[in-house]
Design a protein around this ligand. Structure first.
Ligand code: FA5
Length: 338
């Protein structure tokens, strides 16, 4: 290949490499390869020096042209890429894509508050499984297989004979045996917050999946007065009012004796809560339940209650349809962002 051909080849390859450089970094690599200290133009200069003196006149001109062509192309491409960066730079006045913030579900918010109040009263937070045995959900709570109370809490059965727990009272029956050995350290105060499930028609106040708060206390000389005091403290704290009134109506739950239904109202409140609203079931733990759990009912007594967390949250926020909590329309829930 003659030296002139080499000049042409280097010029063409250099121009192609410059044109292909997609950004300033790539262009810098091309510059080093062609115009750098050990670049290809330098090699051409070296070859020119070694050329015969009669050829140098024409070759010198050609070498200059090659050098200048590559330098000009390089400068032009550099200019082009620099302005491209400018036009692609960030426009800080452009409105940003709105960030969609999540929020804690209103039931979880109230659950956290309920747990905080009970913790402040010395209760431990305990938990139990959603998939439960008949034994813990019914039998140990004094509800044997043929007892009509089972009909009031129809549930979802699994093919292996387990069921979805119908109430958090199942955690009572799970917890007593483990307490039996340490009952000498009474008082025992436990609270459970969790999901429960019932095979039930859904309407504005009933869901098939809802949450309960179960509290129970065992000690010597426990009375209904302790139960009422505990409930009033919790309800007043969660509803953030000091005019909460509590009304007990006799009721039947096989695992308490006596048993009560509790209604609450706040005379100064707006909305439904001004009048009595049914909130929970409770009572003194049935001696038979304590005995089944290994605790001597002649020495120890206790109270227990189970409250619907959705009902409490509905009163707190004046919500009139329970379906808001588990429904697919997020507009309702988004009002409670926290
Ligand atoms: C019980 O579940 C008892 N385990 C409560 C209890 C515990 C009594 C300890 C005595 C001692 P009941 O089925 O009434 O009871 O339910 C308790 C509360 O759960 C009700 O007062 C109500 O607030 C709520 N609740 C019941 N069914 C539903 C439902 N389908 N949807 C939403 N909340 C419900």
């Amino acid at each position: 290949m003659s030296l002139q051909d080499e000049f042409d080849a280097v010029r063409n390859e250099g121009l192609a490499a410059i044109a292909e450089a997609a950004d300033l970094d790539a262009l810098e690599h091309v510059r080093i390869a062609y115009m750098g200290r050990n670049g290809r133009l330098k090699d051409l200069g070296q070859a020119f020096k070694e050329a015969a003196s009669e050829e140098k006149r024409t070759l010198g001109k050609a070498l200059n042209e090659t050098n200048n062509t590559i330098k000009d192309a390089f400068n032009a491409r550099k200019e082009e890429l620099s302005t491209q960066v400018d036009t692609e730079s960030i426009d800080i006045t452009e409105p940003r894509v709105p960030v969609r913030r999540g929020s804690i579900h209103p039931i979880s918010q109230v659950a956290q508050e309920v747990e905080a109040v009970f913790t402040s009263m010395g209760f431990d937070i305990v938990d139990g499984p959603h998939i439960e045995s008949e034994e813990f959900n019914f039998t140990r709570l004094n509800i044997p297989a043929d007892h009509p109370a089972r009909d009031a809490q129809d549930t979802f059965w699994l093919s292996n004979g387990s069921l979805l727990r119908t109430h958090t009272s199942s955690v009572q029956s799970r917890t007593y045996p483990s307490l039996a050995d340490t009952i000498g350290e009474a008082p025992i105060r436990k609270v459970v917050v969790g999901k429960v499930f019932r095979y039930e028609e859904v309407d504005s106040t009933h869901d098939n999946t809802f949450s309960q708060v179960e509290g129970f206390m065992v000690d010597k000389n426990i009375t209904v007065a302790h139960l009422v005091g505990t409930l009033k403290t919790m309800i007043s704290a969660v509803l953030k009012r000091d005019d909460v009134e509590v009304r007990l109506r006799p009721s039947f739950f096989p695992f308490v004796e006596p048993g009560f239904e509790v209604d609450v109202r706040a005379p100064g409140a707006e909305g439904r809560f001004k009048n009595w609203v049914e909130l929970l079931g409770c009572g003194m733990i049935h001696p038979e339940v304590l005995r089944k759990g290994g605790i001597d009912p002649d020495i120890y007594q206790g109270f227990a209650f189970g409250l619907g967390l959705e009902r409490l949250t509905m009163i707190r926020h004046n919500i009139n349809d329970i379906r808001l909590f588990n429904g697919a329309d997020l507009r309702g829930l988004q009002q409670f962002g926290a």
